[in-house]
Design a protein around this ligand. Sequence first.
Ligand SMILES: [Zn+2]
Ligand SMILES: [Zn+2]
Length: 223
Amino acid sequence: MFRYETHCHTSETSKCAVTPAKEFVRFFKSKGYDGVFITDHFFRANIVDIPEGYSWEQKVDVLLKGYENAKAEGDRIGLDVFLGWEFGYESLHLLTYGLDREWLLCNPDLIKLDYKQYCDRVHKSGGFIVNAHPFRAIKGVVRLLPYDSDAAEVINGANADNERSRIYAEMMGLPFTAGSDIHNIATKANLAGVLSETKFNSVYDYIDAVKKRRLQLFECKND
Ligand SMILES: [Zn+2]
Ligand SMILES: [Zn+2]
């Protein structure tokens, strides 16, 4: 089986992350993974500070810095690195896959969209949305988005009431995914991810496997 991390935050781009992209790639390689999706925090979420006066292109560079560094190291040592990001609005977090730098550059108004407009734009462009850690509350509030999500993260390694997430996904008929939501390789939080019988040659292979419910989910200790 091929093993993938689907939810990873690098210190280059995510303000709350500790481990740099290069170290993550070496870490996952050493653990026998075949690939990792870098899903740093999106604009207006927990992205690192962006200097005032930056152009849209420069902002996109900040968003993709962690991914680019991971990709370079992955190419060097032989680990597949794929692009995603995590849109955030209060406790609603949406992992987004299937779109790229070109798409970001062509959509400079993304930074102003509310979550509903964002989902519509992503879907119109062929992107895929995973309702991340659905039951992680902020100030006691959870925000679910069943009708605009394409799947739900039912195992989150940083633990976010995974049992309820699975019930939610089942109830709403959403396909399942799993990811560590890892910010620091030294963390004692569990690792989680997906196992596939076939190799992902692109992010679309992952999307397709989620949609067709062909993946096995796993969770294990990080030791
Ligand atoms: Zn999140
Ligand atoms: Zn996350």
